[in-house]
Write a protein that binds this ligand. Structure first.
Ligand code: CAA
Length: 283
């Protein structure tokens, strides 16, 4: 299976980052979003990020032009017919993903692999709406994509060994370190990360320590680059809550109960960096 053209669906933070690293690795990239505004924003983010690398002397201006020229932005999902691999990075909404995978299955040639960057939704359930569950797989990148080396490569129940190997090697070609994971709620990354973040929120909620103190303990005591509350703001508090709900629902275990303070913040529209206010203010 020779992958040359990759379509990335969703030009948000994750999708644009994935498009950038795929183009930098030499693949032809189709970056699709149904919103022209998001598409422009995604292309701008890629240009800005690459320009910074040029300023730092890590990339030549010619190198940057080559990378950008390999990315074609498009509002037409129908171009998926040209893709050898599709990586979906739309919002974490099962109903939307199911609709999209059903459509992709009808648009793409038989050899095309369909990957999802979902952070916690079940791969096997997404695969089940296609006629090619053996070619559906999870490729979970971390934010910011150009910086974080990990990709969780998640096998759905029906994912074939051949597809797994293709995606594993392709992740390496994209400069990432793939880790093999099976399809269980939260996979590995969020099964471990989110309960830590949730516990940090409980620690503030119960008055054990202030927001800054909790973050300082984890940054200075455990060498984490960001404290858990700063990281929660970075990821998005709505995303953190939705992942905790998936863990709670998936395992039916009270240890995954989302902290009431997290719910309260999300209900109030305090979503972290993206809304300008979370545990910290970004005004
Ligand atoms: N996009 C691209 N590159 C970025 C970037 C971004 N958004 N933000 C920072 N960088 C780059 C900088 O350009 C810089 O590159 P150089 O070393 O080449 O100069 C490098 O990252 C370091 O950046 P800074 O010096 O500005 O800042 P920093 O040292 O504080 O690092 C950070 C920033 C990399 C984000 C760091 O704080 C960090 O690693 N934080 C934790 C991130 C993390 O845990 N991510 C996973 C989140 S969970 C997830 O994604 C999965 C999920 O399902 C929820």
């Amino acid at each position: 299976m020779n992958i040359q053209t990759i379509m990335v669906i969703g030009a948000g933070q994750m999708g644009s980052g994935i498009a950038q690293v795929a183009a930098a690795a030499g693949f032809q990239v189709l970056l699709h979003d149904s919103s022209p505004e998001f598409l422009n924003r995604g292309m701008l983010a890629i240009n800005k990020q690459l320009s910074r690398n040029v300023d730092k002397g890590k990339l030549t201006p010619e190198g940057m032009s080559e990378i950008v020229s390999r990315i074609q932005s498009t509002e037409f999902v129908e171009l998926a017919e040209q893709a050898d691999l599709v990586i979906e990075a739309i919002s974490e909404n099962m109903a939307l993903k199911v609709l999209l995978f059903h459509r992709l299955d009808s648009l793409c040639p038989a050899h095309t692999i369909l990957a999802t960057n979902t952070s916690s939704l079940p791969i096997s359930e997404i695969a089940a709406v296609t006629g090619r569950p053996e070619k559906v797989i999870g490729m979970h990148f971390m934010n910011p994509v150009p910086v974080m080396p990990l990709v969780e490569v998640i096998r759905g129940l029906e994912t074939s060994q051949e597809v797994f190997e293709v995606v594993y090697e392709l992740s390496q070609r994209m400069g990432k370190t793939p880790v093999e994971v099976n399809d269980f709620p939260g996979f590995v990354s969020n099964r471990i990360l989110m309960p830590m973040i949730n516990e940090a929120i409980f620690t503030v909620y119960e008055g054990v320590a202030s927001i800054e103190s909790v973050d300082n303990v984890m940054k200075l005591g455990m060498n984490h680059p960001m404290g858990p509350l700063e990281l929660a703001d970075f990821i998005g508090l709505d995303t953190c809550l939705s992942i905790m709900e998936i863990l709670y629902d998936g395992f039916k275990d009270s240890k995954y109960r989302p902290c009431p303070l997290l719910r309260k913040y999300v209900k109030a529209g305090r979503l972290g960096r993206k809304s300008g206010q979370g545990f910290y203010s970004y005004q």
